[in-house]
Design a protein around this ligand. Structure first.
Ligand SMILES: *[C@@H]1O[C@H](CO)[C@@H](O)[C@H](O)[C@H]1NC(C)=O
Ligand SMILES: *[C@@H]1O[C@H](CO)[C@@H](O)[C@H](O)[C@H]1NC(C)=O
Length: 277
């Protein structure tokens, strides 16, 4: 009985605490690159992430999960001065930029647009989806990965600032997943470790032989049937010739002969690139 009035005052306090606690839920999950066995983990303009499955377990169903891609390069400041070099600022890599990241700048705003990244937008937000598309538990055979940078159609399209366009440079980049309910951030993961993309191959490296040879193979497979057809035509022509000779020559064979000779010429034409292989 004496406790009753006290409990009455405690209840609103508790509710208030709950209400203020309902803010940004910081999840311990760290976005990671997909397993290397999948191949093509990083290219010069894309990288592949594991989907955040079984991560956003307590967010509202209608919350939208975004991928935030941020870049450190080109951002200067806050790092202090170079010792003995006057006003030159030390470039600050992303780790120190990340804590000051403003989650309230929503997707599609100029500061978060793909087209402005990284010159005017220090980060962009893309690959929005609901938690329904990251089902838990994972099932074998599911596509469990996300390719960042795979959408080329919207790269320069200012009306699509949430474009999942090709990454503008070798990076490194850091990413996190951020869940928004309306425009309210409700949960976020930790930032990934820096993700560096592949740099363009030096022209003299042996790897350039790969694409060249495969192009050659393609040409060869395209030419082979034509060569065979030409050979067959030549064979037919020879038979016709032989037949014509046996019959003592006849004007009836003039036409097939002409056709055969024409085909024989195509054989020579297509033989040239094949010989160069
Ligand atoms: C974050 O962005 C919001 C929306 O533009 C702005 O009102 C707020 O002042 C920003 N916060 C910081 C710390 O810059
Ligand atoms: C993602 O965002 C874009 C632009 O805000 C919107 O048009 C699209 O419907 C969203 N997709 C999903 C799956 O939420």
């Amino acid at each position: 009985r004496p406790r009753h009035p006290r409990a009455r005052t405690m209840l609103p306090l508790l509710l208030l605490l709950l209400a203020t606690a309902h803010g940004l839920d910081k999840l311990p999950y760290v976005p990671t690159l997909a397993s290397p066995t999948l191949g093509g983990q990083t290219t010069t303009s894309t990288f592949v992430l594991e989907q955040p499955r079984c991560v956003f377990t307590i967010i509202p169903r209608d919350a939208v999960i975004w991928l935030v891609v941020a870049v450190p390069s080109g951002r200067w400041g806050e790092g202090g001065k170079h010792p003995g070099q006057g006003s030159l600022l030390i470039p600050v890599p992303l780790p120190s930029a990340v804590p000051s990241f403003n989650n309230s700048l929503g997707p599609g705003t100029p500061e978060r647009s793909f087209q402005g990244f990284p010159t005017t937008a220090p980060a962009y937000m893309t690959l929005n989806t609901t938690v329904l598309n990251y089902p838990c538990p994972k099932t074998a055979g599911d596509i469990n990965v996300l390719r960042v940078g795979s959408e080329t159609a919207c790269t320069g399209d200012e009306t699509r600032p949430t474009c999942n366009g090709p990454l503008p440079g070798p990076g490194p980049y850091r990413v996190k997943f951020l869940a928004l309910e309306g425009s309210e951030p409700v949960a976020e993961t930790a930032w990934s470790s820096p993700i560096a993309l592949q740099t363009a191959r030096p022209p003299s490296s042996t790897s350039t032989a790969g694409p060249q040879r495969s192009a050659g193979m393609v040409a060869l497979t395209a030419i082979l049937p034509i060569l065979l057809a030409a050979l067959l035509a030549a064979l037919v022509a020879m038979l016709v010739f032989a037949g014509g000779d046996a019959c003592g020559g006849s004007s009836a064979f003039t036409k097939p002969e002409a056709v055969a000779v024409q085909r024989y010429n195509t054989h020579h034409v297509y033989d040239q690139p094949a010989a160069r292989l």
